[in-house]
Design a protein around this ligand. Structure first.
Ligand code: MG
Length: 400
């Protein structure tokens, strides 16, 4: 935080650092113990050993810095860190440099009309604007999202698809840590899905909330059979049962089952959300830190979901900056969500790139204290995990 005499400071520099953060050894063991080594992931050929990220610093002329963080993974997001950096450096930056971070609508509008798609890159910039606004005004970022409605954010646990006894032990551990919402990865076979869910209901009781994620495992016909088979166990929603791009398949399934569906790998923009909803293909909306394109669009998506009577899940495996951002978003929109938030990065990656850890105790996340997202970047860790030098994009200071 800087004290400054600059009125309405403009963004004068963008710094983008690509990094790779390995999984904790334990996370890797969990992956290895599952069939194909991908108990938590979609079935790509490449081994999943950690996360690729881009950290963004928006530097204002009063020297305040707003932080953003984007997770990228080719099988899911379809862009690499270098593509993300390239589109910002060679296209989006010109609509950001020289602007006030408070003009997020203007920045978004200009990015939107001049560069198609690229939601993850736009989201990275948008996110950093909110941190910067908070730092300039010395207020928490949630104050720019409508204000705080809750101090603590209920969390859900993620249980990867693996040996059923290990899944049960993991779930019990989370239950003992006061977690009351669970997401189980399914999709090995319909028979195994039923075994897992019936065993979990038996172990965890009728009060816990259960959601499932198929990671695109089934054809539409098999997805209908699979979801109908677990309907008796009281499931909040089912994530991505069919191929990510198969919107018609999602609609086919949703019309035949009583559990609401959620699209994850298939949903990147506001238009995706609206199209899936109008097709009758989803009943719950998923918000990632990088989708549907930053906080400005996330607020729109949540407002839309609320008007349509749909639930919202804020979820991702992020480092500390994007986790903090999602906690602020959940804190601002708590009454509109209806579902516990999923934040798994701190359990999956060996470093979260922030100086003071976020408090995840007691089955909840506490809003980090301080201006903006309330977290500070660990510069040493940034150097350690960077995969190539920081790209710096600058503009001249505005005229007085
Ligand atoms: Mg998923």
């Amino acid at each position: 935080m800087k004290s400054s005499k600059v009125n309405d400071p403009r963004i004068i520099r963008i710094e983008l650092t690509p990094l790779f953060v390995p999984f904790w050894e334990l996370t890797r063991q969990v992956m290895d113990s599952s069939e194909g080594g991908l108990g938590m992931a979609i079935p790509a050929e490449e081994a999943w050993l950690g996360g690729d990220f881009v950290i963004c610093k928006l530097v204002a002329e009063d020297e305040n810095i707003g932080l953003g963080e984007a997770f990228v993974w080719l099988p899911e997001t379809g862009v690499s860190p270098s593509q993300l950096i390239d589109i910002i450096q060679n296209a989006l930056s010109r609509y950001v440099l020289g602007e006030s971070p408070f003009n997020v609508e203007q920045i978004r509008h200009r990015m939107e009309i001049n560069v198609s798609r690229s939601e993850v890159a736009k989201g990275l910039i948008d996110m950093a604007c909110y941190d910067l606004m908070g730092r300039i005004c010395k207020r928490p970022a949630c104050d720019f999202m409508g204000g705080k409605t809750s101090d603590k954010i209920p969390l859900a646990a993620l249980i990867p698809l693996m040996n059923i006894d290990t899944m049960v032990e993991l779930a019990k551990g989370f239950y003992n840590d006061s977690i009351r919402t669970f997401r189980f990865k399914l999709g090995h076979s319909i028979q195994d899905d039923v075994k897992i869910i019936s065993r979990m209901r038996e172990t965890l009781g009728s009060d816990v909330r259960i959601r499932v994620d198929y990671n695109q495992a089934y054809t539409p016909n098999n997805a209908v059979r699979a979801i109908k088979a677990i309907e008796p166990f009281g499931i909040d929603f089912a994530e991505q049962p069919v191929r990510s791009t198969d919107y018609l398949g999602m609609a086919y399934v949703q019309k035949r089952v009583n559990i609401p569906l959620m699209s994850h790998e298939g949903c990147f923009s506001l238009q995706d959300i609206i199209t899936l909803t109008e097709l009758g293909a989803i009943g719950v909306i998923g918000i990632n830190s990088e989708r549907p394109g930053g906080i400005t669009n996330a607020l729109r998506a949540i407002a839309y979901a609320e008007q349509r009577g749909m639930g919202v899940v804020i979820h991702n495996q992020t480092l500390g900056i994007a986790s903090a951002m999602q906690i602020h978003l959940a804190a601002a929109k708590h009454p509109s969500l209806g579902h516990a938030t999923e934040l798994f990065g701190h359990m999956m990656f060996e470093d979260d790139l922030i100086l003071t850890p976020i408090d995840y105790s007691g089955g909840t996340a506490t809003i980090p204290k301080g201006p903006g997202f309330g977290v500070d970047l660990d510069e040493e860790a940034l150097k350690k995990y960077a995969t190539s030098p920081t790209v710096v994009i600058e503009s001249i200071k505005r005229k007085a």
